[in-house]
Design a protein around this ligand. Structure first.
Ligand code: NAI
Length: 214
């Protein structure tokens, strides 16, 4: 497939295509027209065609999209065709909740370990994985070929811990701590802020109220 720069807006939409196609596959749907996909996803058919044209189209005139093929190809684009070993740093409320979520594994994100500094948590097991102390981190990363670390620690600790992870070879950080990380270019960071999503919800709610109620 021809390599070209894909806009971040398109990349942001791909996981949603992937999710819908996964559901279609589960329902044994073999092919789907862009119009039908558009109806289900509430995205215009031309947007779908435009998005998928970035990757060479995948569709056939008069046939639509082959669901399995499209699902597999988008999976490859998203890097989901290979497994990623993942560790969680910070075994508090959020860290434990993420560790308990089994569906990441279905997408190839394998939960290998969880770390904390609180000795009271040492050895407590989550889905059969013991919480380890940070002094075991270095060896663990090397032994288990960890490429993704999830940061669920206080923001005051995030920068130091991120640097430690990078020094030990971690290449990608899923950062929940509310702070920006200044890391080398070859380290990929995805920041997650649930409160931003909540603020968008609040905005849409107040806009709706203004238009329909007040
Ligand atoms: P928590 O207090 O329950 O857990 C934090 C854990 O990190 C504790 O177990 C603590 O011992 C551990 N920890 C502290 N320093 C550490 C270090 N240097 N190395 C390893 N572990 C360390 O807090 P909670 O509720 O789980 O939140 C965790 C973080 O995620 C906080 O920074 C919070 O603000 C943030 N958060 C972010 C959200 C988002 O949408 N981005 C949503 C909710 C929380």
């Amino acid at each position: 497939m021809e390599e070209r720069e894909i806009s971040q807006a398109v990349i942001r939409r791909l996981p949603r295509y992937y999710r819908y196609l996964g559901e279609l596959l589960e329902d044994n749907v073999e092919r789907i027209s862009s119009n039908e996909l558009s109806r289900r996803m509430q995205v215009t058919a031309s947007q779908i065609r435009q998005d998928l044209n970035n990757f060479g189209g995948f569709g056939q005139q008069g046939y639509g999209y082959n669901v399995k093929y499209l699902y597999t190809e988008i999976g490859k684009i998203l890097g989901l065709d290979i497994d990623h070993n993942m560790i969680i740093i910070g075994a508090g409320n959020l860290g434990q909740a993420l560790a308990n979520y089994t569906s990441f594994e279905k997408r190839g994100f394998i939960f290998k370990g969880i770390f904390d500094v609180n000795p009271r948590l040492s050895g407590v097991s989550i889905r059969g994985v013991p919480i380890r102390m940070m002094d075991e981190l270095k060896e663990f990363i090397n032994e288990h070929n960890i490429d993704i670390a999830v940061l669920t620690i206080p923001k005051t600790k995030a920068v130091d811990v991120a640097n430690l992870l990078v020094d030990n070879g971690v290449r990608a950080i899923w950062n929940f701590a509310h702070t920006d990380l200044d890391l080398p270019e070859n380290v990929i960071v995805e920041n997650v802020h649930l409160s931003e999503s909540l603020m968008r919800l609040s905005y849409n709610l107040s806009r709706y109220n203004k238009e329909h109620i007040e």
